[in-house]
Design a protein around this ligand. Structure first.
Ligand SMILES: NC(=O)c1ccc[n+]([C@@H]2O[C@H](COP(=O)([O-])OP(=O)(O)OC[C@H]3O[C@@H](n4cnc5c(N)ncnc54)[C@H](O)[C@@H]3O)[C@@H](O)[C@H]2O)c1
Length: 463
């Protein structure tokens, strides 16, 4: 589905003052060892150890029992071991290449590499297409009160998988919309990857973008266009019980559409290509793909026909313009890849999408195709392992399984019947709840969530 200019690193967007005042952990001194403070989490009563001064046992410095604390679909912390195991599981799910990738492999840059479709693009690129290159994402390190963001831990795990597969993959943490990070990527390509780029995958979902030329900051809004939109939506109470209710979203006002297009349209994607082309880094045959979404008629008023849909239309138009330019420049290509609905931090911010995705899974069960498998397909098409198949608007379509008529009919029929009382029978709620938790490394099989764990994972720098 789409994620849109929704809320990518949403946890960071949560008002810090509120978090600070509701933190569950109060420090209080204990007699010995004097340098440590201990506190208990409200939910688990597990001992939490935090650092103050010089501890005698440094192994305890950043070890904590991490329990899920959430506001709706947003979690305040993430679990390092759960995130790592989740990435390992995604890796295992990617169908191996028929022939083991040999040699150095093509050079790829993935923008938005730490989560959702960008993470799937990175992992599938490494395992299926034998890429090396650079991942770019925007994540936050741990602090005294919070763990690092889940994408931070997933990136560390991804780097380790790349190394184990002998792929030179490095990760930059910073604002993809800035020229500074574009320069860093260009420098790295020059110095470390022989000055040549074969692929760029653009998979950013962000709530705002600052234009490097003007300094103006644009904020995306998830709104219908024209009239207010009333939709059913799925929420969970504090005990995890489902509640199907109705929400109304007011239509776009003022420059909401332009702002959303400025964040989630094709402007920054094109800027990346221009930047790297100016530095002479695009290899002959260079190919770029940006992720897009169409989705169901059930979500169309808030998604494809709404502000975010306007941004996706702009992204797709940008692809067509870029395609013509790249063909001239380096015999290259630009496409959008329209993918199916997935539970991501961004997608859960869209009204109605949680209900839709839960029902979709209720209809499809294990036939719902995960992002890793879709992205393995995309890499096959981009690298020529299989034919590149485009629709009449020049888009790769990896969402056919979702938009199949019989699937949409079945989802629509369940949507009509969905109430708080019936939802348990109509949607796969266990799966949906689990998917949301797994975004933060919780509910991952095999992880001991009662054990203290180190939260200070170093960023995988370019060593
Ligand atoms: N989730 C879906 O159902 C779905 C379906 C089809 C297409 N898509 C598309 O896939 C793309 C990615 O969406 P997602 O759902 O995977 O999102 P996501 O929230 O899971 O991931 C967003 C990624 O963008 C990165 N990011 C955000 N702001 C950034 C910034 N300023 N600089 C650098 N990196 C930044 C994050 O670090 C993260 O890696 C979007 O274009 C979306 O429309 C999503």
């Amino acid at each position: 589905m789409s994620t849109q200019g929704a809320e990518p690193n949403v946890p960071e967007v949560v008002e810090r003052s509120k978090i600070a005042t509701t933190l569950l952990c109060r420090t209080r001194p204990v007699p010995a060892p004097a340098a440590l403070k201990t506190c208990r989490t409200r939910q688990t009563s597990a001992v939490v150890v935090s650092y103050s001064g010089q501890p005698k046992d440094r192994s305890l410095v950043n070890q904590r029992v991490i329990s899920p604390r959430n506001r709706g679909f947003l979690f305040l912390d993430s679990h390092p071991a759960g995130c790592r195991e989740l990435v390992n599981g995604m890796w295992r799910d990617i169908p191996a290449a028929e022939a083991e990738p040999t040699g150095d492999g093509p050079v790829a840059v993935v923008i938005g590499s730490s989560a959702g479709y960008g993470l799937a693009a990175t992992l599938a690129g490494l395992k299926r297409a034998g890429i090396r290159g650079i991942g770019v994402c925007f994540e936050k390190a741990h602090s005294a009160r919070r763990t690092a963001t889940a994408g931070w831990y997933r990136t560390a795990a991804t780097r380790d998988l790349a190394h184990a597969a002998s792929r030179d993959m490095v990760f930059l943490n910073g604002d993809a919309f800035s020229d500074a990070i574009k320069d860093q990527v260009a420098d790295l390509l020059q110095e470390r990857f022989q000055g040549r780029l074969d692929y760029l995958i653009y998979s950013v979902a962000a709530p705002r973008r600052t234009d490097p030329d003007t300094g103006a900051t644009y904020a995306s809004a998830i709104k219908p266009i024209g009239t207010a939109h009333r939709t059913k939506t799925l929420v969970f109470d504090a005990d995890g019980n489902p509640d199907v209710r109705e929400v109304e979203t007011e239509p776009a006002l003022g420059d909401d559409i332009e702002q959303t297009v400025a964040v989630m349209g094709g402007i920054d994607w094109e800027r990346w290509i221009d930047h790297l082309a100016e530095r002479g880094l695009l290899a002959e045959g260079f190919t770029t793909a940006a992720l897009s979404y169409i989705g169901s008629p059930l979500t169309a008023p808030i998604y494809r026909e709404g502000t975010i849909g306007a941004a996706k239309a702009h992204l797709e138009a940008t692809a067509r313009a870029l395609d013509a330019r790249l063909a001239q420049l380096v015999s290259g290509r630009a496409v959008t890849s329209v993918n199916g609905a997935a539970v991501t931090q961004s997608s859960t911010a869209v009204p109605g999408i949680a209900l839709y995705t839960g029902l979709l899974r209720g209809v499809l069960g294990d036939s719902l195709i995960p992002p890793t498998v879709q992205l393995a397909d995309l890499w096959d098409q981009l690298t020529g392992t299989t034919a590149l198949i485009l629709d009449s608007e020049g888009r790769v379509r990896l969402d056919r399984w979702e938009l199949a008529e019989e699937v949409q009919q079945a989802v629509a029929e369940r949507w009509d019947r969905a109430t708080t009382d019936t939802i348990g029978d109509l949607a796969d709620l266990d799966w949906f709840r689990g998917e949301v938790q797994r975004l933060y490394g919780f509910a991952v099989p095999g992880i001991d969530y009662t054990a203290p764990i180190e939260i200070d994972t170093p960023w995988p720098h370019t060593a």
